[in-house]
Design a protein around this ligand. Structure first.
Ligand code: PEP
Length: 251
């Protein structure tokens, strides 16, 4: 199975955190198939985590990459470096990057090209604000974000999209599972019709996913998996969500 459940640890972690997380995760995860799982720790812990995972082949990835390959860009990390560390994916265009670090569609588009160049699966995040949701313009906003990110990136052949309503991230609020399902259907239609060369591997939902709502989300046909922030910081909760996912989606 392709990547379906991604833990986004954001700016959290330490060597001690990593050890505790791994031991809790393996205590509660009840399968030996790790193929759908990914962890995006802070990039400087990728190697440490790889050592702790040993032969347990959970895919590791980055939360962000730079739009350039190398050069005078203090503090940045390139797709080639992430690849060099053995990663399989990178998140691109997370709403926190768009808002806090002013990432434009043009930068996001360049990052997608970099990811593709080094065979990292890009997880492109898109999502509407609370105001846009209330104004009932979610579909238009997402359409614009998809076109903005992908129009310069036709070399991108393999892609995962994460639909993350900005107002749902870390808030405990979510759209209804049915609403999310219909948004995901629209995303699949737009990508397939506008970018037929792109292989859209899956559309994940992100925003306050927890063990409480996981089953109701995964029961929806077009919700292929989840990008999980807060709840992924606890190895036990991430394992429990993965167990629910396996029960519903892996036949
Ligand atoms: C995220 O930031 O990608 C996210 C989904 O966060 P949370 O699960 O905490 O809402």
């Amino acid at each position: 199975m392709s990547l379906r459940l991604i833990a986004n640890w954001k700016l959290n972690g330490s060597k001690e955190f990593n050890q505790k997380w791994i031991s809790n995760f393996f205590k509660y995860f009840n399968s030996h198939d790790f193929s759908s799982l990914g962890i995006a720790p802070p990039s400087m812990y990728i190697d440490h985590l790889r050592g702790l995972l040993g032969k347990n082949n959970i895919c590791l990835g980055a939360q962000n990459i730079d739009e350039e390959d190398s050069g005078a860009r203090t503090g940045e990390i390139s797709a080639s470096m992430i690849k060099d560390l053995g990663c399989g994916f990178t998140i691109v265009g997370h709403s926190e990057r768009r808002t806090l670090f002013h990432e434009s569609n043009q930068a996001i588009s360049k990052k997608l090209i970099q990811a593709n160049r080094y065979s990292l699966v890009p997880i492109l995040c898109i999502g509407e604000s609370a105001e846009e949701y209330q104004d009932n313009i979610t579909h238009e906003i997402l359409h614009q974000q998809i076109l903005g990110a992908l129009k310069g990136s036709i070399e991108t052949t393999s892609l995962i999209i994460a639909y993350e309503p900005v107002w749902a991230i870390g808030s405990g609020q979510t759209p209804t599972p049915e609403e999310i399902n219909s948004v995901h259907e629209m995303i699949k239609d737009v990508v397939q019709s506008r970018f037929p060369k792109i292989d859209l591997a899956s559309v994940l939902y992100g925003g306050s996913v927890s063990i409480t709502n996981a089953a109701s989300l995964f029961e929806q046909k077009n919700i292929d998996g989840a990008l999980i922030g807060g709840a992924s910081l606890d190895g036990k909760e991430f394992a429990s969500i993965a167990n629910v996912f396996n029960k519903i989606k892996v036949k």
